[in-house]
Design a protein around this ligand. Structure first.
Ligand code: ZN
Length: 134
């Protein structure tokens, strides 16, 4: 697979409203989009840092994986997302061939209309890894 850059870092927060002042008023970043992703039961807020983004993730339901993550690990970095130049489906096939455990067998639609898929942290040295493509 060909990775061009880190597309975004996903950060689990209890409340986007409470977290945003730190990012905007202290770090001086600007939130340009807030979006609910129904099938993932999350609300997301995006801020740009160069060509990389920070994706704040807030659970919209107690069943959300973000709610479970915060329950066990607390707020913090949740996943890293790489921008794939040559297709998420190709990258998934390559990962599967190399014995990587996939969370998503096929690309699906994520926030900002990106095509995304997750790799299991048990196969990625402990980091929940997202592959994405515009
Ligand atoms: Zn993400």
């Amino acid at each position: 697979m060909k990775i061009s850059h880190i597309e975004h870092l996903g950060i689990a927060v209890k409340s986007i409203e409470e977290a945003l002042p730190y990012y905007e008023n202290v770090l001086g970043l600007k939130c340009y989009n807030i979006e609910v992703v129904e099938d993932q039961k999350v609300k997301t807020a995006f801020l740009k840092v160069g060509q990389t983004k920070i994706e704040l993730l807030e659970a919209t339901s107690p069943e959300s994986t973000i709610a479970k993550f915060i329950e066990t690990k607390g707020q913090g970095v949740h996943h890293i997302a790489y921008a794939i130049e040559d297709g998420v489906a190709n990258a998934l096939a390559e990962c599967e061939e190399k014995g990587i455990r996939l969370i998503d067998k096929a690309p699906r639609k994520g926030a900002e209309g990106l095509s995304i898929a997750f790799l299991h942290p048990k196969s990625t040295e402990g980091v929940l890894t997202e592959l994405c493509e515009a």
